[in-house]
Each structure stands twice: as structure tokens, then as C-alpha cells.
Write a protein that binds this ligand. Structure first.
Ligand code: HEC
Ligand code: HEC
Ligand code: HEC
Ligand code: HEC
Ligand code: HEC
Length: 167
């Protein structure tokens, strides 16, 4: 990645333009289980970091594995078929793999630790009200573009240097 930086902004633009064409992904995301954020974050008041363990300490928050669900869903909770499905995954040992919804192209550097633990920004600034959803959104609730990042960086007097985000 460093090599194309020596060419300056033009080099960056060309390097990125190629990557954009290769990485542009589209289409709706479907999840294996109809997870309900609202029930877990509002009714049960669970912390985001229980299921997104690296959100304050790392680059990528991570999505929960079945072991986390197994803390509570060893036996069926409530009456919904989705809840029964979760217990099915837990007891059978079948892998339960959630799919990523928000994403950045590989040529963008972004770390949660910096924005969540240091700047103390609310999750909703970038993710909208996903914590209040009752079924998994099929598309990101907020479209994260370069202007989206720059707008806040300008407002909060943070770096707008190309190499801060493209390194
Ligand atoms: C300043 C913007 C911003 C804030 C604030 C933010 N996120 Fe993110 N989040 C992103 C971006 C951008 C991505 C996609 C990153 C990528 O693919 O590298 C992402 C990805 C994620 C993912 C996907 C899983 C993964 O490992 O990539 C989860 C889960 C997540 N964020 C949870 C949270 C939670 C919980 C909070 C609050 C504690 C939070 N985020 C705060 C911008 C933000
Ligand atoms: C700390 C305990 C706990 C953890 C961890 C947990 N759940 Fe739950 N979950 C519950 C409880 C309690 C209910 C409510 C059951 C009811 O409706 O009475 C519930 C309900 C659900 C439901 C049904 C929602 C509805 O609207 O009826 C689904 C689906 C679900 N959980 C999925 C998951 C998944 C997937 C994981 C792992 C990523 C997980 N849960 C982790 C405690 C937990
Ligand atoms: C009990 C586990 C659990 C808790 C607690 C939880 N989440 Fe999640 N989160 C999930 C699961 C499962 C998914 C994937 C399914 C979905 O999108 O509903 C997910 C997906 C996400 C995503 C999309 C990640 C991506 O792939 O891009 C964001 C953003 C997010 N959660 C934010 C939050 C925030 C903010 C909180 C706290 C207010 C929170 N979550 C609390 C389990 C949890
Ligand atoms: C809602 C405001 C907000 C948004 C949106 C935002 N940032 Fe930031 N960003 C900040 C703040 C505040 C800091 C300074 C954190 C600190 O004090 O270390 C920062 C710091 C950074 C840094 C470290 C800069 C340095 O000087 O080394 C990078 C890199 C970065 N952000 C990338 C991004 C990217 C990429 C996006 C879009 C995906 C983004 N940010 C979106 C507020 C934001
Ligand atoms: C605060 C973070 C940030 C800074 C600073 C930044 N970019 Fe970006 N840039 C992004 C993000 C995020 C994307 C990905 C946007 C997407 O996926 O739609 C991107 C995408 C791009 C693209 C791909 C084309 C496009 O618009 O989608 C080019 C070219 C680019 N940046 C060049 C630059 C140049 C040149 C600079 C310096 C003048 C710069 N960027 C500064 C975050 C940043």
C-alpha cells in the first residue's frame, strides 16, 4: 500500500480508482437468524461490547459467535421461532455466522478504538438506530462515504490529509 503514496495525490487517486472497481459490492445482506437488537439492548440492557467485543479496543468490533448466544440460549427463551432457531444452533454445534453490513473498501484506514474509546462518539453517529431494530437491516442505515467522514472531521477539527485515511 505504501508504494503508491510516493506518487502523491494523483497516484493515490489511480490506485484507489482501480481498487474501487474491484471492491464495489452491492446487494442486500441476509442474516441466518432474525436477530432482535431492541430486545437485547433496550429490554435486557446488554452492552454493545458483549457481542461486539473489540469495539473500544480494536480496529474491527467483530460480530458475535454462537458461544455468546449460548450464554443464555441453551434452552428456548420465549415463544418466537427465531429464538427456537438460536437454541437449535447452540445445541447442535452448527456454526452461526452473521454477515457484515457496514464496510469500507480495503484502501481506507479506520479504527473503532480511536472513534469510540478516545473521541467517545455515539455509535448512532455512524450506524443510525441499528440498536433499536427488531429485525436485521438488509442495508446499512447510514451510507458511509468519503464526504461523510470529511464532514465530521472538518466540523471537529480533525485531519483531512489524504494519508490519514489512505495509508
Ligand atoms: C465514526 C464512525 C463510527 C462510529 C462512532 C462507530 N462505528 Fe462501527 N463501523 C464504522 C465503519 C466505517 C465500519 C465499517 C468498517 C470496516 O469495514 O473496516 C463499522 C463497522 C462496525 C461493525 C461491523 C463488524 C466489524 O468487525 O467490522 C460493528 C459490529 C460496529 N461497527 C459496531 C459499532 C458499535 C457498537 C459502535 C459504538 C460503540 C460503533 N460501531 C461506532 C464506523 C463507526
Ligand atoms: C444475556 C443473555 C442473552 C444473550 C447473550 C443473548 N440473548 Fe437472545 N434473548 C435473551 C432473552 C432473555 C430473550 C427474550 C425471550 C423472550 O421473549 O422472553 C432473547 C430473545 C432472543 C430472540 C427472540 C427475539 C424475539 O423478538 O422474540 C432471538 C432471535 C435472540 N434472542 C437471538 C440471540 C442471538 C443470535 C444471540 C447471540 C448473538 C443472543 N440472542 C444472545 C437473552 C440473551
Ligand atoms: C446480544 C448480542 C448483541 C448486542 C448486545 C448488540 N449487538 Fe449489534 N449485532 C448483533 C448481531 C447478531 C448482529 C448481526 C445481525 C443484525 O444485523 O441484526 C449485529 C450487528 C450490528 C451492527 C452491524 C455490523 C455490521 O456487520 O456492519 C452494528 C453497527 C451493531 N450491531 C451495533 C450495535 C450497537 C450500537 C449495540 C449496543 C447499543 C449492539 N450492536 C449490541 C448482536 C448484538
Ligand atoms: C462523527 C465524527 C467522525 C466521523 C463520522 C469520522 N471521524 Fe474519524 N475522527 C473523529 C475524531 C473526533 C477523531 C480524533 C480522535 C482522537 O482524539 O484521537 C478522528 C480521528 C480519525 C483518524 C486518526 C487521524 C490521525 O490524525 O491520525 C482517522 C484515520 C480517522 N478518524 C478516519 C476516519 C474515517 C475513514 C472515517 C469515515 C469512515 C471517519 N474517520 C469518520 C471523528 C469522526
Ligand atoms: C477522513 C477520511 C478520509 C480522508 C481524509 C480522505 N479520504 Fe478518500 N475516501 C475515504 C473513504 C471512507 C472512501 C470510500 C468511500 C466509499 O466507499 O464510497 C474514500 C474514497 C476515496 C476515493 C475513491 C473514489 C470515491 O470517491 O469513492 C478516492 C479517489 C479518494 N478517496 C481520494 C482521496 C484524496 C486524494 C484525499 C486527500 C485530498 C482523501 N481521499 C482524503 C476517506 C477519506
Amino acid at each position: 500500500m505504501r508504494a503508491w503514496l510516493t506518487g502523491g495525490a494523483a497516484g493515490i487517486a489511480i490506485g484507489i480508482a482501480v481498487a474501487v472497481t474491484a471492491a464495489r459490492w452491492a446487494g442486500a445482506v441476509t442474516q441466518p437468524v432474525a436477530f432482535d437488537h431492541r430486545k437485547h439492548t433496550q429490554d435486557l440492557k446488554l452492552d454493545c461490547a458483549l457481542c461486539h467485543p473489540n469495539v473500544a479496543v480494536g480496529q474491527h468490533p467483530g460480530l458475535p459467535s454462537v458461544e455468546i448466544c449460548a450464554m443464555c440460549h441453551q434452552t428456548r427463551l420465549g415463544t418466537s421461532s427465531a429464538s427456537a432457531q438460536v437454541t437449535g444452533y447452540v445445541t447442535s454445534g452448527r456454526p452461526l455466522v452473521f454477515r457484515k453490513l457496514f464496510g469500507l473498501p480495503p484502501y481506507v484506514f479506520f479504527t473503532h478504538r480511536r472513534h469510540v474509546a478516545i473521541a467517545k462518539l455515539p455509535c448512532a453517529d455512524c450506524h443510525g438506530d441499528i440498536a433499536l431494530t427488531t429485525t436485521p437491516p438488509r442495508r446499512p442505515l447510514v451510507t458511509i462515504t468519503m464526504n461523510f467522514c470529511l464532514h465530521c472531521h472538518l466540523k471537529m477539527h480533525q485531519s483531512t490529509d489524504c494519508i490519514a485515511c489512505h495509508r
